[in-house]
Design a protein around this ligand. Structure first.
Ligand code: FAD
Length: 494
């Protein structure tokens, strides 16, 4: 701990995001830089407390405790930042996280919610430190390909190139196995590429890491859907082990009257086509769903919904509303959500901040249920809503109950369904003959990752259900460890 009194001397400070009216004119990241000197001062705010909850996330042993799921060595690198020892900070960071440039940009930072300083003061700016360390590492040329000294002769196939598949591939490759990653999309990265929009995570950042992985010897095969273009059986014959990292890709639908109208889309079709068209032709090909001049209603108040809001505003929508079925979160932690748990409080994310700047109010409307959609000439025109309250039914289960007299209509030309995901698509697990769990995810225990089929493993959203990048990285790394153990009889992987 470099500066014992740092947490008392310095206030929390972060670089300001670019202002909404400016950033809405482009698709570049919204963040700005901070002077190195100022980042070092922020490093001094870390108390190096005896029990650093920030680094302690572990869903298996302590599901209620927040903290970093990849167990980043946060107090150590906070201190190294303060002392200006960036290279050592980078080494510590890479020990636990293969892709700090992704989590440093878009992780919701459970570490900060469990920072001990956060009990009675604003927490340490951990997420910004993570990003600053890795970007300094790239800028200085310290991040170089690090291929294994020897190959084991074992071959592993990874299905899916999202953060879980990529983390597993990186770890398995470092242990000397020959790794091939299969991806059905034309570009690699999973939701890092075609889910999270450019303004949150610019795609050259993803490409930069992929290039390093190629140089380390990992083989990538795109435009290839396992189960269709290559069978499960073929893959099992060609490889010693196979990892499923196919994500949670089945969107929750809205089976109500009017769902079939034109102008009603799943969020992922909207976001994915927008990014692909941006990357392919800077939107010149027109191969995307456009919100230009439209009244947009996003159904769903999570990250995906917020990304739809930010995208619609950049496309030049006339207006945007975001509907949420749950109540408005409290401004402060509730009694049933104590520190160091992940904080469930109202957050104004970038999309809402942009909508407030343009429309003068938060686009989110809470406790709203869409009862039906109506249109003209097959095109959606209106949502018919009712207000709800959450009440227990006869069997004691909480559920939404319509509030009498709260029915209303709102206009819409584009309705985006962002209500979460139900699990991996059907077919592939069946082809492998692998069991599913009660939620239709691949059945494999956390920390173990072995499916019911010998030599077949599962990690990330296809196993745990829709989650976060940091959990996908955690599972990919740990699954790699178990695969290595089974292939070699023991493992050195963390
Ligand atoms: P994915 O990233 O979904 O990758 C799975 C890959 O497998 C895909 O590329 C898919 O094409 C491929 N695939 C599937 N089936 C096959 C097959 N048969 N053959 C070959 N390839 C196949 N998390 C955060 O931490 N912060 C955020 O800000 C955030 N924002 C998000 C925004 C959106 C719009 C969405 C949808 C999610 C967001 N998340 C965010 C969640 C996060 O992106 C996911 O939890 C994470 O990407 C899951 O990683 P994964 O590797 O398990 O799966």
């Amino acid at each position: 701990m470099g500066k014992v009194t740092g947490f008392m001397e310095f206030d929390r400070a972060l670089p300001a995001d670019r202002i909404p009216v400016e950033r809405l004119n482009d698709w570049q990241e919204i963040h700005t830089e901070m002077l190195e000197e100022d980042i070092r001062t922020q490093g001094a705010r870390c108390m190096d407390c005896g029990v650093p909850f920030c680094h302690a996330g572990d869903s298996a042993s302590a599901p209620q405790v927040g903290g970093c799921p990849v167990n980043n060595l946060i107090p150590e690198w906070n201190d190294l930042i303060y002392k200006g020892r960036w290279r050592e900070a980078l080494d510590r960071l890479h020990q636990t996280n293969n892709f700090p440039e992704f989590t440093g940009r878009v992780c919701p930072a459970p570490c900060e919610d469990s920072c001990v300083l956060g009990i009675n003061a604003p927490p340490v700016t951990i997420k910004h430190h993570e990003n600053s360390i890795i970007e300094k590492g790239f800028a200085e040329g310290w991040v170089q390909p690090n291929p294994p000294a020897e190959r084991t002769g074992k071959k592993v196939a990874v299905i899916g190139s999202g953060p879980a598949g990529l983390a597993a591939a990186a770890q398995l490759n470092s242990a000397g196995h020959s790794v091939t990653v299969y991806e059905r999309d034309d570009r690699l990265g999973g939701l890092l590429m075609y889910g999270i929009p450019n303004m949150k995570l610019e795609k050259p950042i993803v490409e930069r890491r992929l290039q390093l992985m190629r140089e380390e010897g990992i083989e990538f095969v795109t435009n290839t859907e396992v189960g269709k273009d290559i069978s499960a059986e073929e893959l099992q014959k060609q490889f010693d082990s196979v990892l499923l990292a196919t994500g949670s890709t089945v969107p929750r639908d809205l089976p109500i009257e009017g769902r079939e109208l034109k102008g009603v889309h799943f969020a992922m079709d909207y976001l994915g086509s927008n990014t692909k068209s941006l990357l392919d032709s800077e939107h010149q090909d027109g191969n995307y769903i456009s919100a230009k001049g439209k009244k947009v209603v996003v159904i769903g108040g999570g990250d995906t919904g917020t990304d739809c809001v930010g995208t619609a505003l950049r496309q030049g929508c006339e207006s945007v509303i975001q509907l949420e079925i749950m109540p408005k979160p409290p401004l402060e932690r509730a009694a049933d959500n104590p520190w160091p748990e992940f904080k469930r409080t109202l957050k104004v994310d970038y999309g809402q901040a942009e909508a407030i700047a343009v429309q003068g109010e938060d686009p989110r409307q809470y406790l709203q249920l869409t009862q039906k959609l109506t249109g003209e000439n097959g095109q959606v025109k209106k949502l018919h809503l009712t207000g709800i309250e959450w009440k227990k039914d006869d069997q004691g289960r909480m559920g939404p109950q319509p509030v009498a007299g709260s029915e209303r209509e709102i206009e819409a030309d584009l309705v985006l369904l962002a209500m979460g995901f139900l699990g991996p698509e059907g077919g592939l697990l069946e082809q492998f003959g692998a069991d599913k769990d009660a939620r239709s995810n691949a059945k494999a225990d956390y920390g173990n990752y072995r499916t019911s089929v010998d030599g077949l493993y599962a990690a990330g959203d296809c196993r745990r259900g829709q989650s976060l990048i940091v959990w996908a990285i955690n599972e990919g790394r740990e699954a790699a460890r178990e695969i290595d153990r089974d292939l070699m009889g023991s493992t050195q992987l963390p």
